[in-house]
Design a protein around this ligand. Sequence first.
Ligand code: HEC
Length: 157
Amino acid sequence: MKIIKKIALAVLIVLIAMQFYRPKKNSTQGNHTITFITETNPSPEIKKLLESSCYNCHSNNTKYPWYNDIAPISYWLANHIKEGKGHLNFSEWEGYSSKKKDHKLEEVIEVMDEEVMPLREYTWTHKEAKLLNDQRSSIIEWAKRTRVLYQLNQQPQ
Ligand code: HEC
């Protein structure tokens, strides 16, 4: 029993100490996805869906929930965001080649088809991020249409 108490105390101390170290927040002011929006021209409805379902992990600006102030949740969220942005970042669209943009949109179509995005555990706490089937279809349609644009862009002039 004594040893369990000691372990519990050690865990508590570590948890408290962790609260002093906060990962840097993913935050950008202003219109950080302007290139993406101008080039891919989503309808206002699709733009809103991407904002509410994807931007928190795939852009340079995250709207954090209150529990992000609690470690180790803050570390866990920061890790998801870093990983998500590594795969796809709508705020850094201007740095992607036409080929890469085309490929990223192809992946968007895949994750919509397979219903793996937004991450399931994210929709547990963000009900507004859940996508209905017809919303998935309209994102797919927009992505397919936009891919043609980037494919034409890759043709030799
Ligand atoms: C809670 C964070 C989170 C949200 C919200 C989220 N994603 Fe992701 N996304 C990730 C992470 C983490 C990865 C990389 C790991 C993986 O593939 O599971 C990823 C990977 C991807 C990839 C790359 C898949 C591949 O084949 O490499 C695409 C495309 C993608 N997400 C699109 C989206 C779209 C579109 C939305 C909104 C409808 C969205 N994601 C919402 C975290 C998120």
